[in-house]
Design a protein around this ligand. Structure first.
Ligand code: ADP
Ligand code: MG
Length: 428
């Protein structure tokens, strides 16, 4: 029977591989920079490989048995050429350091496994989940088969060692499949989240379109009136033309704001001026607030910078200010203020609208929670996600019939934070 004592290193190996996958699952969505992300993936896989090899689950005559094949295959299929080279080099050096008579065949087998998996990478990418599992199993099966030939040759595969080696094969294959499924699930989840961002943005754009069309009609009508006057007068009245031109410019600006919001997002992480983004959001919503009889009062502190994606930050403010406007069906006042509080920039979005009860406050931000006839209930969810991604937090205070105040706190970018520290502000 399979020796129960051997079970704990076996479990340790399984845990090491799953821990690696888990670390990537939690940390990858948080890391924004592509370069950092790549380094991070490489490092996790290298550590996973080293740990697997350091704690093998059994050893026979200089041959060590562990789950190294799983991180090697994952690196070859999901990483790039650099990941493969790094992993192969680390594996080669470390396996020779461990030594034993099995070192040379192990290195040859390991490198052949990486080479086969690398070769499969191109055809792997756009396959269905089942095909991917099949393709990824190919190098594993080949390596295991070759290993068994070597083991027979070395007289290691015997009646006594057979159960342990069979367990080694089975665990390798099962852990590979489970890891692949987990990785595919993480990738799918990530894509879905991006899809929701986009869907919500287009929903908002659709809802704003009517108010923008309405708003553009005003300057158009005015310009038309002045152009007509200019046409009727005998001498060309410069002033009439001037007014017509500036009204057309205004319409142009409204369309520009709208289109700049509509443009698709490309993931970026740059220094973002909060004042600029809030102002941009206010401009996009200007027609909507006019239509709803809401006066917008903006008081912003300049020079406060954070790290993030400017388009997503604008989307975050648009979502919240749009909600505030919608909370005031009879009109009212929307106040947006920004200030520096210690190492944070705080933006307050305050309305004089319908407010929310305690139970309602608990539910906001949950997907599909909406009290509006044609609401999606995704606005605040995306807002919370965007805020979380830039290390911020959101607090809400609200009273029914009095209004609501959302306070968004975002960590200031390093430059600002240093200045704040020099001014004697301690960490909150
Ligand atoms: P939607 O706007 O599509 O309903 P959101 O996620 O943006 O979805 O908002 C969810 C719900 O939270 C809204 O339906 C509304 O009931 C409530 N809400 C959000 N912001 C405010 C606010 N400023 N005042 C009152 N209620 C609000
Ligand atoms: Mg909304």
């Amino acid at each position: 029977m399979y020796d129960i004592d051997a079970a704990s290193p076996l479990l340790l190996n399984v845990c090491i591989v799953f821990m690696g996958t888990l670390v990537l699952e939690f940390l990858l969505p948080v890391v924004k920079s592509r370069v950092v992300k790549d380094i991070f993936v490489d490092m996790t896989l290298v550590i996973e490989l080293l740990l697997c090899m350091s704690f093998p689950f059994t050893e026979f005559n200089g041959f060590t048995f562990d789950l190294r094949a799983v991180p090697l295959i994952i690196a070859a299929l999901y990483g790039n050429n650099r990941t493969c080279v790094t992993m192969s080099a680390v594996f080669l050096v470390y396996r020779f350091m461990i030594g034993g008579s099995g070192a040379l065949p192990a290195v040859v087998l390991g490198l052949a496994l990486v080479a086969v998996a690398c070769f499969l990478r191109k055809s792997y990418k756009h396959r269905s989940r089942m095909t991917k599992i099949g393709l990824a199993s190919l190098p594993m099966f080949l390596a295991l088969a070759a290993l068994h030939v070597v083991l027979i040759d070395e007289h290691i595969l015997a009646k006594k060692t057979f159960p342990t080696l069979l367990m080694f094969d089975v665990v390798n294959v099962i852990v590979l499949w489970a890891t692949l499924l987990a990785i595919e699930y993480v990738i799918e989840n990530f894509k879905l989240r991006e899809e929701v961002y986009r869907a919500e943005k287009y929903q908002v754009l659709g809802e704003l379109a009517a108010s923008i069309a309405h708003e553009i009609r005003n300057p158009m009508t005015t310009s038309r009136g002045f152009l007509q006057l200019a046409m009727q007068s005998n001498r060309v009245e410069r002033e009439y033309l001037q007014t017509a031109v500036s009204e057309l410019d205004r319409a142009h600006q409204i369309i520009n704001d709208y289109l700049s919001f509509a443009r698709p997002n490309f993931e970026t992480n740059v220094l973002v001026e909060i004042e600029e983004q809030v102002r941009h959001a206010a401009e996009i919503l200007m027609p909507y607030s006019h239509l709803n009889n809401v006066s917008v009062n903006v008081q912003l502190t300049s020079g406060l910078q954070v790290h993030g994606d400017p388009k997503k930050i604008t989307q975050m403010f648009v979502n919240m200010m749009k909600n505030a406007i919608e909370a005031m069906p009879e009109g009212g006042e929307l106040t947006v203020q920004s200030e520096k509080v210690k190492r944070w920039v705080q933006v307050h979005i305050k309305d004089t609208g319908v407010g929310m009860k305690e139970e309602e406050l608990k539910r906001i931000g949950n997907p599909f929670y909406s009290n509006k006839a044609n609401g999606t209930g995704l606005g605040l969810m995306t807002t919370y996600r965007i805020c979380q991604a830039i290390g911020g937090k959101i607090e809400v205070t609200s009273a029914p019939n009095l209004g609501t105040e959302f306070t968004i706190s975002i960590p200031l970018a390093q430059v600002e934070a240093r200045k704040a520290a020099e001014e004697g502000n301690e960490v909150p």
